[in-house]
Design a protein around this ligand. Structure first.
Ligand code: ADP
Length: 416
């Protein structure tokens, strides 16, 4: 606009000077002509300068536009990268504004809390956790990272470490990120460890207490009849044996849990026959008959010692929790790439409500019967660990007062 006004003014001035030129005397004409040429040159120079300046400005605007386009593209690429990074994280990430309204929720967060359209809604609408909301608002107030342990109850109980930090502003809106780290498994394992230590000390304390009181009675009662003394000593021996059995079973269990099985090619059929042979004495004592129905051979890759342990535990249970004159059947066959071993008894059976718990360490349905038969409450945990460490599984079918069937599935692997 300014340039055009100047151009117009210059042209107007020259035109009026030209008109004046024709109406002047010759001496004035010369001077005016020189002045006009000077003015023309000045206007030409001025206009050129203006044109150059404008061209420079136009170039600068073009460069800035190009730079802006590159920056917009870079920003879009960065944003896409951030989103795919956050989407791929195996922990829930939420991004919200200063009022705890959500701007972004990653895939894992949706998996945790369920898929619902939540952008723009409050963090509470997603997590149903008031503690997390309060922590978020504290982080908003302070604008620095806050971390705290929180229990989420929706859709299931989870113990998490929640971290909230300031991300920066989007326009005038400050944004905050939330990351949730699930430590429920650690909490559960810690609880299992605490229970286990408590159970072990309880299991040891009971026989130790009876040994102590028996020994003290023996010590202080000098006039004790010899038969009573002998009975007391026998009880002490029994309790010591029980302690030794618990210690042995704990060792077997800890080995099965901590070390992978040392597998070798084995035929399970002769192993089953030899274990049946081993328990025949106890079966006869309790008037229980054992029958075998074995397909042969039953080749698989397994730890021989651990297979013996599994069969011993299942067979002794089938004998000990049987009725007088009862039966035990041991069946084994190949089925769908598995060796399936079945131990069925006509024993006391297990109430269906107890079945989910019998594989827990030290869990007994009938504590007195288990103790009287020399049980430690660890036999089935050992079975489960060994079978699972071989890639197999254990199933139970039982009818209370009728009998039980324990079925072990062991995968047949090629020995390579
Ligand atoms: P225990 O040393 O007490 O036998 P286990 O871990 O072997 O411990 O078994 C856990 C509990 O499961 C037993 O105490 C018993 O109550 C029940 N149980 C195991 N096997 C049988 C079975 N064949 N028949 C009935 N109850 C059984």
């Amino acid at each position: 606009m300014r340039v055009w006004a100047l151009r117009l003014a210059a042209v107007g001035a020259i035109l009026s000077a030209s008109i004046a030129l024709f109406s002047l005397p010759p001496a004035g004409v010369e001077t005016l002509a020189i002045l006009m040429v000077g003015a023309w040159l000045l206007v030409y120079w001025f206009l050129r300068q203006e044109a150059q300046h404008q061209a420079q400005l136009e170039n600068r605007v073009k460069t800035l536009a190009a730079e802006n386009e590159v920056q917009t593209l870079d920003f879009a690429r960065l944003r896409r990268r951030f989103i795919s990074f956050a989407e791929g994280l195996p922990i829930p990430i939420l991004i919200g504004d200063q009022d705890a309204n959500l701007r972004f929720v990653n895939h894992t967060a949706y998996e945790w809390f369920g898929y619902r359209p939540l952008t723009g809604k409050s963090i509470i609408a997603l997590t149903f956790c008031y503690d997390l909301y309060v922590l978020y608002l504290h982080a908003v107030q302070r604008r620095y990272q806050l971390t705290s342990e929180i229990v989420l109850n929706y859709p299931r109980e989870r113990h998490v470490v929640a971290s909230i930090w300031y991300l920066g502003d989007d326009g005038n809106t400050p944004l905050f990120a939330v990351a949730l780290l699930d430590k429920s498994e650690l909490v559960r394992l810690e609880q299992v460890r605490r229970d286990f230590v408590a159970n072990v000390s309880h299991e040891f304390r009971t026989p130790l207490a009876s040994i102590r009181s028996l020994a003290e009675t023996l010590l202080h009662d000098g006039a004790m009849p010899p038969e009573t003394r002998e009975r007391f000593l026998q009880l002490i021996v029994q309790e010591t044996e029980r302690l030794a059995r618990i210690a042995d079973d704990l060792l077997v269990l800890s080995r099965a849990e901590s070390l992978p099985p040392e597998k070798e090619p084995v035929d399970l059929a002769p192993i089953i026959r030899s274990v049946v042979q081993q328990v025949q004495g106890e079966a006869k004592e309790r008037e229980v008959t054992i029958e075998c129905e074995l397909q042969e051979p039953l080749r698989l890759l397994a730890s021989r010692d651990q297979m013996v342990q599994v069969l011993l535990n299942l067979l002794t249970n089938a004998i000990r929790y049987n009725k007088q004159g009862g039966h035990v059947w041991v069946r084994a066959a190949m089925r769908d790439g598995f060796v399936v071993v079945e131990v069925q008894d006509t024993g006391i059976g297990i109430p269906s409500s107890e079945i989910p718990r019998i594989f827990e360490r030290f869990y007994r349905v009938d504590k007195t019967r288990s103790r009287d038969t020399g049980g430690t409450g660890l036999g089935l945990s050992i079975v489960k660990h060994i079978v699972e460490s071989h890639g197999g599984r254990v199933e139970v079918e039982s009818e209370y007062r009728v009998g039980s069937t324990f079925r072990v599935w062991l995968p047949v692997e090629e020995s390579g």
